[in-house]
Design a protein around this ligand. Structure first.
Ligand code: HEM
Length: 308
């Protein structure tokens, strides 16, 4: 069945575009203040394409998700079924809110000026759109107060992971430019900003790890970890943790490189071109690993955590 790959692929696209948009807009404001004069407006072609893609991908995820639940092909779905699922379930309400928030964010980025105001508003709209993701999937399965705690924990996981991805994306892009055209972005202030990012980076990793562990506890109970390894869900989670460990390895390397070059005197270059090229490669590797983590999560959210 084509839906076997289509649904996880769409879920991956939804994570990539939503986390990417929130992360890049929010990190630009909180993590790159020292570099504002070097930055172009956040309404470049790629960002604007992503803002248009976000609501379309959300609609596609919902339609393919409903078809999967009904055991039908997407083309066979009728209007009454779609309306019933969208209007009468929490999942449907979350979908409507997410689509509206993503569309509003796209309109704000395209129309509202000055750019800084539109970025702040759009970042908040995407944060709320990420929040709605916690009302789908495994986080939406628990009920009552534990259910609410699970969803809020999941939303915190998503926001922290998105900021982390935003940081890697920005630093990859800026180091790339500094290597290619040092007159446009001077390496010294960029490496200082990367160095100053270390405490925030550490805090984000801690929040992602803590909320991820709490997520796992809500879903299958940490005490059942060995039993979960009997399922493909468990192995998807193990693979995810392995990729996260590799991401941490890359992050530690960037922190060391930035610490060594931070505060270089104006007379000597902050980092050699070869050093910048290595840093760029390692940042891109971390970004690709983050993509792998999102891909595995897109599959894990559809797998059964317990056998039987
Ligand atoms: C120690 C690190 C981490 C742990 C223990 C962890 C654990 C988890 C768990 C158990 C879930 C629930 C999966 C499900 O629906 O069954 C989850 C969801 C998720 N995680 Fe992580 N994770 C970690 C790091 C990351 C990182 C680094 C990223 C991003 C690069 C990430 C992105 C996500 C996303 C997008 C979701 C889906 C949330 C949703 O759809 O509601 N996680 N994580």
């Amino acid at each position: 069945m084509t839906d076997d790959w289509l649904f996880p692929a769409l879920r991956f696209a939804q994570y990539a575009v939503m986390l990417g948009l929130f992360g890049s807009l929010a990190f630009r404001m909180v993590g790159l203040q020292g570099l504002t004069p070097f930055l172009r407006p956040a309404t470049g072609r790629v960002t604007m394409l992503a803002t248009l893609a976000a609501p379309c991908i959300t609609v596609a995820v919902m339609l393919v998700g409903i078809a999967r639940m009904m055991g039908q092909a997407v083309g066979d779905l009728d209007g009454a079924t779609i309306t019933a699922m969208v209007m009468t379930t929490d999942m449907g309400t979350a979908f409507l809110a997410r689509t509206a928030l993503a569309a509003a964010a796209a309109a704000v980025l395209a129309l509202v000026r000055p750019a800084r105001r539109s970025q702040i508003i759009a970042a908040w709209l995407y944060a709320l759109a990420l929040l709605t993701l916690a009302w789908n999937g495994h986080a939406a399965a628990s009920e009552g107060w534990p259910g609410l705690a699970h969803r809020l924990n999941d939303a915190t996981h998503l926001l922290a992971a998105a900021l982390w991805i935003g940081a890697i994306g920005w630093f990859s892009r800026l180091v790339w430019t500094a290597h290619r055209d040092p007159a446009r972005i001077r390496p010294a202030p960029l490496l200082d900003v990367l160095h100053r990012f270390a405490p925030l980076g550490l805090a984000l990793v801690a929040v992602v790890a803590l909320t991820g562990t709490i997520n796992a506890h809500f879903i299958f109970g940490i005490e059942n970890s060995l039993a979960v390894l009997q399922t493909s869900y468990g192995w998807l989670l193990v693979a995810k943790l392995a990729l996260v460990a590799l991401m941490l390895g890359c992050a530690a390397r960037h922190a060391r490189a930035a610490a060594q070059s931070a505060g270089a005197s104006g007379r000597e270059p902050a980092m050699s071109r070869a050093g910048l090229a290595q840093l760029r490669a390692s940042l891109v590797a971390e970004l690709l690993l983050a993509g792998g983590v999102l891909g595995l999560t897109a599959f894990a959210g559809l797998a059964a955590p317990m056998a039987g």
